[in-house]
Design a binder for this molecule. Structure first.
Ligand SMILES: Cc1cc2nc3c(=O)[nH]c(=O)nc-3n(C[C@H](O)[C@H](O)[C@H](O)COP(=O)(O)OP(=O)(O)OC[C@H]3O[C@@H](n4cnc5c(N)ncnc54)[C@H](O)[C@@H]3O)c2cc1C
Length: 414
């Protein structure tokens, strides 16, 4: 049986960031990965995906973007290259093709069952990702048989779809991006829109992520956020990383010819029923966007940047067609595919320690699993700050978690 001080599970950017922090502290460890380094980006993302965060923001412990296009948005293949190079650069002790099947409490830490061996470690860091499974609503079970259902984890490009119309359910980053791509390929697209986060791609000449960082919003700590559960479940913003830095909000999709409808409530006898509150939902998203832009303007004034930046302005409210249908007959042949862009969720079902809540999510305090001392989790949305949702959040998250882990090891030695 192999013994080590720490086992990190998952060689995505979060697991690798943790590996680097452990190496800095001379803590011997191994990183177990079921596939290859950056496996999620290789196998679970569609090829046309580009990061919605700008290149300059793709930072990891000890590494900053050094390419020629800091304001561009990385294609998924470049994300794979970046993370793989990082693993080599930091000399991470990754064991690929090693799926962890179970983690259990053991007298001196944890027992980890991986592939066909058992490892023992005093500490375990779960970095297996936030988006292993597609989160589809119950209504997905009611899609009538001839219509095919698909999730973004299985989506590759529009050529895999049968001829005909596509109902995309969900209008966060994934939904708006795929609705646009599928519509441009010639499939008529209907987009069902629930609660969403509208943000412009750029504002006053700067990328919106520049503003989110500059105003301090991304640095807001988990223990200072009023409704943390809500913050952790917030949909991703309606942003896409395009060469033109184009806006990909509902107005731009409507202008392209995508039909916008309300939130999908239920499907009864093949009839899809949409909420009539679409105008309110959109008005709320507009209001929240403007609230953030007000905050950005106030920050710019306080920082003395008004002379340097273009003047403040506001975007047109979201247009909602008063004739928006409330029903769609899925048996008519008009829709041949439903794409569930309704979010993702982590998969920790293989964890044999009672630290998950009734929804299956790990109970933790900023990445520290307090019910199982020595167990940690990384890479989840708003883990320690709002930036935790994004790649660069691992810089400070891994630092804090490694520091706690180091102290835990010290306290156990005494
Ligand atoms: C569609 C999409 C778009 C995104 N766009 C952006 C963006 O533009 N900018 C940004 O900053 N962030 C973006 N993110 C978020 C960010 O990429 C995630 O936070 C990130 O993927 C999580 O990184 P991670 O290292 O925690 O997990 P992952 O990258 O998912 O890595 C987890 C690793 O664990 C491995 N693993 C899982 N289970 C096991 C097991 N049982 N045994 C062994 N290994 C296992 C997996 O194979 C994988 O390699 C996006 C996420 C998604 C889903």
């Amino acid at each position: 049986m192999m013994q080590t001080t720490a086992v990190v599970i998952g060689a995505g950017h979060a697991g690798l960031a943790m590996s680097r922090r452990l190496t800095e502290r001379s803590i011997d460890h191994v990183v177990l990965e079921r596939g290859e380094v950056a496996n999620s980006w290789r196998t679970q993302r569609w090829p046309s995906l580009r990061l919605l965060t700008p290149n300059w923001q793709t930072r990891l412990p000890g590494q900053r973007y050094a390419g020629e296009d800091p304001d561009g948005y990385m294609a998924v293949a470049d994300v794979v290259t970046t993370i793989t190079r990082y693993a080599g650069h930091i000399g991470a002790p990754v064991r690929t093709a090693t799926t962890v099947h179970a983690v259990r409490a053991a007298p001196r830490g944890f027992e980890i069952r991986a592939a066909d061996e058992v490892l023992c470690a005093r500490t375990v860091v779960l970095a297996t990702g936030a988006a292993n499974l597609a989160a589809t609503p119950r209504v997905a079970d009611d899609v009538p048989a001839p219509v095919s259902s698909l999730t973004p984890l299985a989506y590759r490009d529009p050529s895999q779809l049968p001829d005909g119309g596509v109902l995309v359910v969900g209008a966060s980053a994934t939904g708006v991006q795929l609705a646009g791509e599928i519509h441009r390929s010639g499939h008529p697209v209907t987009l069902a829109v629930g609660e969403h986060v509208r943000l412009p791609r750029t504002y006053r000449g700067r990328d919106i992520f520049w503003w989110l960082e500059a105003t301090g919003l991304l640095a807001e700590r988990y223990d200072e956020i009023d409704d943390l559960t809500r913050a952790r479940h917030l949909p991703s913003p309606q942003l896409t990383g395009t060469h033109e830095a184009a806006m990909t909000d509902l107005n731009s999709l409507t202008a392209q010819g995508v039909r916008i409808v309300g939130r999908l409530g239920r499907i009864i006898d093949g009839l899809a029923q949409f909420s009539g509150s679409l105008p309110n939902t959109c008005a709320l998203a507009d209001l929240k966007m403007n609230r953030f832009l007000n905050r950005a303007d106030e920050w710019a004034t306080t920082a003395g940047l008004d002379g340097e930046l273009p003047p403040p302005h506001r975007f047109a409210p979201t247009y909602v067609d008063p004739r928006t249908p409330l029903e769609l007959d899925l048996t008519s042949g008009e829709i041949t595919t439903v794409l569930w862009a309704t979010g993702f969720r982590p998969d920790h079902t293989w964890l044999d320690i009672p630290v998950r809540d009734r929804t299956g999510r790990i109970r933790h305090d900023g990445g520290v699993v307090t019910d199982a001392p020595g167990l940690y989790v990384l890479g989840l949305p708003v883990l320690r700050t709002r930036a935790s949702t994004y790649i660069h959040g691992a810089v400070t998250d891994s630092q804090a978690v490694a520091s706690h882990l180091h102290t835990h090891l010290g306290s156990r030695r005494q």
